[in-house]
Ligand binder design. Sequence first.
Ligand code: 13P
Ligand code: SF4
Length: 301
Amino acid sequence: MNPEMMKKIKNLARKQNALILAHNYQPPEIQDLADLCGDSLELSIKAAETSADVVVFCGVHFMAETASILCPDKTVLLPRPDAGCPMADMVTPAALTEKVKALPEMPVITYVNSPAAVKAISTVCCTSANAVKVARSLDTDELLMTPDRNLAAYTAAQTGITIHAWDGYCPYHEQLAPEMVSQVRRRYPGAVFMAHPECRPEVTAMADVVTSTSGMLLFASQSPHTEFIVGTETGLIYPLEKANPGKRFYPASEKMYCADMKKITPEHVAETLAHLSGEVRVPEEIRNPALSAVQKMLSIR
Ligand code: 13P
Ligand code: SF4
C-alpha cells in the first residue's frame, strides 16, 4: 500500500484512540494496516478487551454489531455500512419467533452471522470456532440452530444432538461441491484439505480438518505438511501465505469470493477515522438480551 496512506491512517487512529480490526477475509492492504486480524470470535473478544475509544471494524455488518453489543461505551465504526452478509439476512426475529412457537421448548443456538435482534431472542450464540463446544455445554438432546444449516449439520454430526436446522447458508461456501474438491485433489495429490464448517456436509466429510478461519491458520502453521487445499473464502490465502512462506495454498474454488468482504479500501478506513462516520450502534432494548446470548458464548471456553 502507498506508505503515505498508511501513515495517514496510523496518525488518524492515534488521534482518535482507535483500534483497527480486520477479518481474515479482508483484502491484503486492509489486513496489513490493521492492528489485529482474526476470525469472528477472536475479533469480538479483542473489541471487548480494548481500552480504545473507537473500534474500526473491517469486516461485515454483523461483526460490527457484535462489537457494539459488547462495548456500548465505544464508538464502533464500519467503514462500508453496506458491507453485509447474505447468510445473516436469511433469518429474522419474526420468522424465528414463529419457528420457536412451532417447536416444543428447546434451546436456540444462533451463529454470530445473524442480526442483533435474532441474537436477542436466542439462548446462546456461537461461532464456527466454538459451535460444537457451545452445543455440548447445553446438556440437551435436541436444539434449534440458526441461520446456517451446514454449521448445524456439522455440529449435529460431532455431538450426536438432534439439531433442527434453520434453512440458511453462505452462498460462497454452499457452492463448493464434492466433485470440485476431488478435481483439486487430483491436481495436488499430496495436499491436505481444510474445510470451513459453512461448507456442505458432503464436503466437510471429505476434509482432513474442519475448522474456522483462524483454526486453519493455526493448523497450517503447526502441520508438518507443505501443501493445503483451502475450503473457505479465498481471502484467507493471503494470511496463510504470509504466515507460512515455505508452504503452498490452493483455493478449493476461485468462486469462493465474498464480495461484501472486499468492499473496504484504505481510503474508506481513512474517511471513517477522519469523520467518525459509519457508526454501528445496537439499540439498548435489543443490545441487553443480545449481550446475554453473546456473553453466555464467551463464558464457554
Ligand atoms: P470465521 O468465524 O471462521 O472467521 O468465519 C466467519 C465467516 O463469515 C465465514 O464465512
Ligand atoms: Fe457471510 Fe459467507 Fe461472506 Fe462469511 S463468506 S461474511 S458467511 S456471505
